[in-house]
Ligand binder design. Structure first.
Ligand code: XLS
Ligand code: MG
Length: 344
């Protein structure tokens, strides 16, 4: 099957299966083995958290971090893989318990800025053009613990500082309404667009839309993508799926809602997503039941489903659509879409 897209995944998308109610059930796989396998299954690139690339970075000097990242770049080159982005992991470290950019502690804020700048250094060493900010803990567990107006300002100041640190890097904010915190400050693409507009260089601040995160916000992932596309700011997507409003599931793309999956691929195809080098990330998680010898299947299945949807988009009869719109017969159009999805 062919695709117009270049697909990527992160090392965290192949994991031991640790969750809140049970320990890991699969052995840890080293980065190079994952990258090699990613290349074999047809991915074009890898997405990184800063410490996926440089694991012990907190205990390393700035030069040591860059040197280590350069070795990772050589390893990627060996398998013909590119680095799509680097994201500071600002949710694991004790310094980010109350968030990073919006923490109430000055020391934590400084730690977050240090990691953000090191992420830019790592991105440059890996040849990645983007830094992604999934603002995991930027918000509150206790609503009264922070002044939201002040903290949103602090978030914008942090982004401005990153833009000033490097004149080329692009910052992509990955919206999510909650989890691990109760209320986050950048819950939807609309929030991201507003933060972008308020930054010192809006042309370098864009969005990542993850399907599951839009569903958690009660929104339609395709419409969220459309909103960012309209402003020329959809820098990446994280395709996956989600069964309603519950914990973040990161299910195989299309496995819950085929029509939603179709419309996500349709909006991307219709608006030439990828023409400026944007890639399609598959932010999916294997089921805990999955055996080690077949633990990349959720990524392969997501890629296959995306490509099958590309074929459906190609088949989509625009003339018939126009006729239905002219007649204002949307029942007819809707049934056509269902038949398109259900038949060969
Ligand atoms: C978690 C996020 C995470 C980011 C990368 O919900 O999707 O996996 O994509 O930091
Ligand atoms: Mg994601």
């Amino acid at each position: 099957m062919k695709s117009r897209f270049k697909f990527t995944a992160g090392p965290w998308n192949v994991n031991e299966g640790v969750e809140a109610f049970g320990p890991g059930v699969r052995e840890t796989i080293d980065l190079e083995t994952k990258v090699k396998k990613f290349a074999e299954i047809g991915l074009s690139g890898v997405q990184f958290h800063d410490d996926d690339a440089v694991p012990d970075m907190n205990n390393m000097s700035e030069k040591q971090i860059i040197d280590y990242a350069k070795d990772v770049k050589s390893m990627l080159d060996k398998y013909g893989m590119t680095a799509e982005f680097v994201a500071p992991r600002l949710w694991m470290d004790p310094h980010t318990t109350d968030g990073g950019f919006t923490s109430n502690s000055k020391e934590d804020y400084e730690f977050a800025m240090w990691r953000a700048k090191r992420s830019i250094d790592i991105a440059n060493a890996l040849g990645a053009k983007n830094v992604v900010l999934w603002l995991a803990r930027e918000g509150t567990l206790c609503a009264e613990s922070k002044d939201p107006v002040e903290k949103i300002g602090q978030l914008i100041t942090s982004i401005d500082e990153m833009l000033a640190y490097d004149s080329k890097i692009k910052i992509l904010i990955e919206s999510k309404p909650n989890e691990p915190i109760d209320r986050s400050y950048c819950g939807t693409i609309g929030h991201v667009m507003a933060v972008s507009a308020a930054s010192k260089d809006p042309s370098r601040v864009g969005a990542v839309l993850e399907s599951a995160h839009a569903i958690l916000a009660g929104l339609d992932p395709a419409n969220e993508m459309a909103f960012a596309l309209k402003f020329g700011k959809l820098g990446s997507v994280h395709l996956n799926d989600q069964n309603g409003c519950r914990y973040d599931q990161d299910k195989t793309f299309g496995s819950e809602n085929l029509r939603n999956a179709f419309n996500q691929i349709k909006v991307l195809c219709d608006h030439n997503y990828g023409a400026n080098g944007e890639m399609v990330g598959l932010d999916v998680k294997a089921m805990r039941t999955q055996k080690p010898d077949d633990q990349y299947r959720h990524i392969q299945n997501s890629m296959k489903l995306a490509m099958m949807m590309e074929q459906k988009v190609e088949k989509f009869d625009r003339a018939f659509q126009a006729e239905c719109i002219k007649e204002r017969n949307y029942e007819k159009l809707e049934m056509y879409v269902m038949e398109l999805l259900l038949t060969d």
